[in-house]
Design a binder for this molecule. Structure first.
Ligand code: PLP
Length: 428
């Protein structure tokens, strides 16, 4: 079966974010067929720990039949109807209300999308529209940070600070600017250099994920919030990875006691059981939209407010709350960090480790090259999926296991990681 599927895969399937030549030569490393808890199983019978929750998103773990049940019940009642104009449906209404309930500050009105890239494009576009409504159409620049990742739609790619993603194409959306990573002082300087009267919004991930799991220094986000308010610039948080319990809080920004004007979410809202994302707007912005919009809000996706996806989202949040997965994320995150620190003590190749809840990183040091991809390959052989970040000379392993992970599974993850790093050290 593997041979048959691998041939079809090579001939017909253009994979997202893939090393095309390697894929062509070697075929798929895993053809997964089943998931249960933190484990994935492929068609050859290999069982591996999903140390990344697949794409940082399977927060409640694999094989949750309740979510399949919620999808089936909704689809058998009403699989789809439009939310354009004055049409609505109950799961979308209830999910929007639920998100208002759990989101930081006075974030209170949700615009739904199908994923995180669309959420980012929506945030930038509606931020600019907002300033048009407020009579300040010159405010259109979007500022982001140099190691950020915001997705692959045209706006989201343009906002992504990691240069290789932008260099992949040869023309980007205009009016995007980048500031130094994790420095509030640099943000102030960028704003002053560009002119606050030309800037619509600043966007930031509470913890930078794809850029290597970088955690902000003390006081950073409080200062960022102050600067944005001072210069009348909208503050957008991109909680696509950090939302829904990942960091040991419902949303990452809760660690800093800071509320944005707009918040992007996706991934963990359904734990990947359905395609859903969105942008939540502050009450003040929503009130302004209602008061100042004379015409139609000309922005909307066919699947904005998809009834099945929203029903799955509701059930997924219920599971996160009922099973205390946020608390587990905090506790198991500490265990994971303890394990990383132990590895750091044992293995010379490790320079730095960090984690907040169940998102973490192990940084490597060597003057002989980048070794994270080799560690990832060794880990896969030993039954652990993790990911390497090697942009701009970085050499980092990143982790984001399901929030359901237990102590024993953390220990397995740490043990396999240690052995994989050791195996690579032997070859250097
Ligand atoms: N924003 C962040 C912070 C992300 O990590 C991602 C995806 O990894 C996105 C946006 C894009 O989301 P999607 O892949 O659902 O379009």
């Amino acid at each position: 079966l593997y041979q048959e599927l691998a041939e079809l895969d090579k001939n017909h399937f253009l994979h997202p974010t893939s090393p095309i030549q390697q894929q062509q030569e070697q075929g798929p490393a895993f053809i997964f067929k089943k998931g249960e808890g933190v484990y994935l199983e492929d068609i050859k019978g290999n069982r591996v720990i999903d140390g990344m929750s697949s794409l940082w998103n399977v927060n409640v773990g694999h094989g949750r039949t309740e979510l399949g049940q919620a999808a089936m019940e909704q689809m058998s009642q009403l699989a789809f109807s439009s939310c354009f104009a004055t049409f609505s449906n109950e799961p979308a209404i209830r999910l929007a209300a639920k998100i208002a309930d759990i989101a930081p500050g006075d974030l209170s009105a949700t615009f739904f999308t199908s994923g995180g890239s669309e959420a980012n494009d929506t945030a930038y576009k509606l931020a600019r529209h907002y300033w048009i409504l407020k009579g300040q159409p010159s405010k259109k620049k979007i500022i982001s940070r140099k190691k950020s990742y915001h997705g692959v739609a045209m706006g989201a790619t343009s906002a992504t600070g990691l240069k290789p993603f932008r260099d992949f194409t040869n023309s980007l959306a205009p009016d995007f600017y980048y500031t130094e990573n994790l420095s509030a002082e640099a943000l102030r300087e960028t704003i002053e250099a560009e002119g606050p009267e030309t800037i619509a919004a600043f966007v930031a991930e509470p913890i930078q994920g794809a850029g290597g799991v970088h955690i902000a220094p003390e006081g950073y986000f409080q200062e960022v919030r102050k600067i944005c308010s001072e210069f009348d610039i909208l503050f957008i948080t991109d909680e696509v990875i950090t939302g829904f319990g990942r960091t040991g809080k419902m949303f990452g920004m809760e660690h800093y006691g800071v509320a944005p004007d707009m918040m992007c979410f996706a991934k963990g809202v359904t734990s990947g059981y359905a395609q859903l994302g969105g942008v939540v707007f502050s009450k003040a912005m929503f009130e302004d939209f209602k008061e100042l919009s004379a015409g139609t809000l000309l922005h909307g996706y066919t699947y904005s407010g998809h009834p099945m996806a929203c029903a799955v989202g509701l059930k997924n949040i219920e599971i996160i709350e009922n099973e205390n997965l946020i608390e587990n994320s905090g506790k198991m995150g500490e265990e994971m960090l303890k394990g990383f620190k132990w590895i750091q003590g044992e293995r010379e190749l490790v320079s730095e480790v960090r984690a907040l809840g169940l998102i973490g990183a192990v940084e490597l040091k060597s003057d002989k090259g980048q070794f994270a991809p080799a560690v990832v390959a060794e880990a896969a052989k030993r039954g652990l999926i993790c990911r390497s970040v090697i942009f701009d000379g970085m050499d980092i392993l990143v982790f984001a296991p399901p929030l359901t992970i237990n102590k024993q599974e953390i220990n397995s993850l740490v043990e396999i990681l240690h052995d994989s790093i050791f195996a690579v050290e032997q070859r250097i």
